[in-house]
Design a protein around this ligand. Structure first.
Ligand SMILES: Cc1ncc(COP(=O)(O)O)c(C=O)c1O
Length: 441
């Protein structure tokens, strides 16, 4: 068979050139010398900034290790958990997995929306007295995947607002699906996306009198990276703003369990929220499931489109089309997490991370920095006035071999800040604190 590429014409009569010998680097830069298909790059991918934040950090750490091969790196960068999952949870998953090797224990696909017992347990235990029905809970393989599924539900024809700074997945998935214009390199902002500034001046909560109406508002609470958890009054303002404008709130509650004061843990604690908000959450940061993969999304029946139809019906369709249900092993672990014993164990790990956050907060405060977050979130957000956050990141890495995250990686509003994760092991948190003191004292 002749496999050599041919010159063809497409249906418009336009000549399609034969694939060329060339190549592309993974970041999109042209390379020479390897095969090229005739596939045009998705122009939305073309709009994306070259590097997703965390791979860029990994790249810099690898370069650092080439320079200092013996360095004992401490990673307080990416928010990955370090403490083991509770024994009761691990043994439940092991039992379930073991059962798969037996005729009685084996089963195949589950419901796309998740195991009904888990949906019930989530509704009862985590949304007690908030009127969330088990059928409104969609179990998933994590919050990040659900953010993309929600974006698929929304499509390219909607305008979005995001906190600045915030978790990069909202903007990046919005760009990929076509909700944004080009990146304005000067401001670091994509056109057609409304950036809701959250800084020390406004108490890390947007001033809605300055925010343009959008169809969708992504709201991460407690916020990653600032660590700020909105008060009840602030969330009432958010719901009021969305209701007035007929906007949908996509509320990311991935860190709800870290809220230590009386701030709301769910958007549905705010009256009227079920008419305007979808809530996304995850077992990742509450139970060390970052690698196990389990989360959920609540889509209330009351949430309607402008034509009066129910959003939940479309979300169900998206889940059935794009997802075949979360791993049953992971779901058995999720159920164990929500048992009385499992939940107690989870909270004890959350407390451990809270203590880490306090150590980091005390360290930076004693060094004279303004420190935010840490109380209602596992992130400590430190201000370096007048400094570029990537420069601070580089300086800290160079001098202490500690990996942090530059605030500007979460949006231009994060400039001058770094985020330090409290998810480390205690000995590493203590060691990192000593190293920070040696550099900044
Ligand atoms: C705010 C926020 N949402 C979602 C995620 C992703 O969670 P998951 O591991 O469930 O995909 C993260 C992970 O860091 C996060 O910080």
């Amino acid at each position: 068979m002749d496999l050599s590429p041919k010159v063809q014409s497409n249906s418009n009569g336009t000549t399609i050139l034969p694939p060329k010998e060339t190549s592309l680097e993974s970041n999109g830069h042209e390379m020479k010398g390897s095969y090229r298909t005739n596939l045009a790059r998705n122009e939305n991918m073309e709009k994306l900034q070259n590097h997703y934040l965390f791979p860029e950090i990994t790249f810099r750490v690898v370069e650092h290790l080439k320079k200092y091969p013996d360095a004992k790196i401490i990673s307080l960068g990416i928010g990955d958990t370090t403490q083991p999952v509770p024994e009761i949870v691990a043994s439940e998953m092991a039992n379930y997995a073991g059962g798969l090797a037996t005729p009685e224990g084996y089963s195949g696909y589950g419901a796309e929306q998740g195991n009904m017992n888990l949906r019930k347990k989530i509704a009862e235990k985590l949304y007690k007295n908030l009127g969330v029905k088990n059928t409104e809970v969609f179990v998933a393989d994590g919050a990040q995947c659900d953010i993309s599924r929600i974006q698929m539900l929304l499509g390219s024809n909607v305008s979005i607002a995001v906190q600045d700074p915030s978790f990069p997945a909202y903007i990046d998935s919005g760009v990929i699906i076509g909700q944004s214009g080009d990146l304005d390199h000067k401001s670091g902002r994509y056109k057609n996306i409304e950036y809701m500034t959250c800084d020390a001046e406004n108490g890390f909560f947007p001033d809605f009198s300055k925010i343009r109406r959008t169809d969708v508002i992504f709201f991460c609470n407690p916020n990653n990276p600032t660590g700020h958890a909105a008060s009840r009054k602030q969330l009432e303002q958010l719901v009021e703003f969305a209701t007035k404008n007929g906007s949908l709130i996509v509320y990311d509650a991935a860190y709800f369990v870290y809220i230590a004061d009386d701030s709301p843990r769910s958007i549905y604690e705010i009256p009227g929220a079920k008419k305007v908000a979808i809530e996304v959450a995850s077992f990742s940061k509450i139970a060390g499931f970052t690698g196990v993969r389990l989360g959920w999304t609540v889509v209330p029946e009351e949430l309607l489109y402008s034509n009066g139809s129910q959003v939940i019906k479309d979300y169900d369709r998206i889940v059935c089309t794009c997802f075949n249900g979360a791993s049953k092993i992971a779901q058995s672990g999720g159920l164990a997490c929500l048992s009385d014993e499992g939940y107690k164990a989870i909270l004890s790990t959350v407390n451990y991370y809270h203590e880490n956050a306090k150590i980091l907060t005390d360290t930076f405060t004693s060094l004279g920095f303004n420190v935010h977050g840490g109380i209602n979130a596992p992130y400590v957000y430190v201000h370096f006035p007048g400094k570029k956050s990537w420069d601070v990141f580089n300086h800290i890495l160079e001098k202490t071999h500690v990996v942090t995250v530059p605030g500007s990686g979460f949006g231009p509003g994060g400039e001058e800040y770094i985020r330090v994760s409290a998810f480390g092991k205690r000995e590493n948190i203590l060691e990192a604190s000593e190293r920070f003191k040696r550099v900044y004292l």
